[in-house]
Design a protein around this ligand. Structure first.
Ligand code: KDG
Length: 369
């Protein structure tokens, strides 16, 4: 109850311009606004597809408050701008979208609470914190589950993925579509990483998810669960030595300012989820629901594309900013995979042996194994 009230207060204050919280301005420069990770030019990303589909002029007017954790220059934010543009064009301006980046209206858990309590209309978390609501999502926290994006999307866009989206029914949240947070990489302020032995004793921030804790305990690290919005200051103050996220998040969150070393571990592929408040969804006409769903899928496909484009660019930018990045070879990656194998022994029974096996079978089929 208290969390719900706190979230209500945060969202209300921000939406009314409190806490200095105003919706972010349009990123006309292609996502190189505030919080752009010290980039000079920004990446040369593909432009979003032309907006297509029927325009529905008749109907209720409303404003969607859309909270996300990442910065204005992130692939996540850029795709939400496209979502906004689709909605505004196809409803003839009836539905507008105010975007609140940088965990401005709360962390992932608080924003999901906001959808359930009706103080926020949309958010875009990683699946990891969302596993507190739908436990099966923790399967995507298993280490080295997806060798490629192709196998990840094969699973996310399959019946298995649709059943996970549908599992939010009755929670006050409607999950619309999976997109890409990406392959997670380890950074830290203490030491070069060449293998699991170098991870021992490192104080690593992890997402608030028990499988993530198990991974870093298996590697001999000292993991601390923490909301994303607290990570930069925790590293800056030396509360933790490191964190793990995709390169584009590391770049656009300015982590290179406080992280000397990076290692291309690719230890987890994390999906994002586009979510909407069930109460707000139920208040939409069938025509507007269809437009929102189509906008989520179209902007989600665009996000998947630019997230991949942003990945290699971000790694190059981080190296230019002075981060010493260890590119691990097959043998070194195999050592990380072997060291984290016990996580499957612990978590496959708890997540569901059949679900884990079904996903591994789909992956093997795609990867030709
Ligand atoms: O908006 C998403 C972020 O809040 C967060 O989920 C990003 O991967 C992330 C992390 O490490 O928390």
């Amino acid at each position: 109850m208290l969390v719900g009230l706190m979230v209500s207060a945060i969202v209300f204050m921000v939406a009314c311009g409190g806490f200095g919280g105003e919706p972010a301005e349009d990123q006309a420069d292609g996502g190189n606004g505030e919080g752009n990770g010290g980039q000079e030019e920004g990446p040369d990303l593909s432009s979003p597809p032309e907006i297509e589909g029927d325009v529905v002029s008749e109907g209720e007017e409303s404003t969607i408050r859309f909270g996300i954790g990442l910065a204005e220059s992130s692939p996540q934010y850029i795709s939400v701008e496209y979502f906004r543009d689709i909605l505004e064009e196809r409803t003839d301006g009836r539905i507008s979208v105010d975007i609140f980046p940088n965990s401005q209206v709360g962390d992932d858990n608080e924003m999901m609470d906001g959808l359930q309590s009706g103080t926020l209309e949309m958010t875009y978390p990683s699946t990891s914190p969302a596993a507190t609501i739908v436990p099966e999502l923790a399967v995507f926290d298993l280490p080295f589950l997806f060798p490629s994006r192709e196998s990840a999307y094969e699973v996310l866009d399959s019946e298995i993925g649709q059943e996970m989206l549908d599992s939010f029914e009755g929670t006050g949240i409607k999950a619309l579509y999976f997109t890409e947070n990406g392959y997670r990489q380890l950074t830290n302020s203490q030491t070069e990483i060449q293998g699991p032995d170098d991870v021992g004793g490192l104080r690593v921030r992890v997402m608030e998810n028990e499988v993530q804790l198990s991974i870093w305990n298996a590697l001999g690290a000292n993991p601390t669960p923490m909301a994303f919005g607290e990570v930069f200051s925790a590293m800056e103050q030396g509360v933790v030595d490191g964190q793990e996220n995709p390169w584009s998040t590391i770049l656009t969150s300015n982590f290179a300012e406080v992280q000397q070393y990076g290692a291309e571990t690719r230890h987890v592929y994390t999906p994002f989820m586009i979510m909407i408040s069930q109460g707000f969804w139920d208040g939409l006409s069938p025509e507007d629901q269809e437009i929102v769903q189509e906008a989520a899928e179209q902007s989600g496909d665009y996000e998947r594309m630019i997230s991949e484009e942003y990945d290699e660019y971000s790694k190059e930018q981080l190296a230019e900013q002075g981060m010493e990045i260890s590119e691990l070879d097959e043998q070194q990656l195999a050592e990380f995979q072997d060291a984290t194998e016990p996580v499957y022994d612990e978590w496959a029974p708890r997540i569901g042996e059949d679900l884990v096996q079904d996903i591994q079978d789909m992956v093997d089929e795609v990867e030709g194994q």
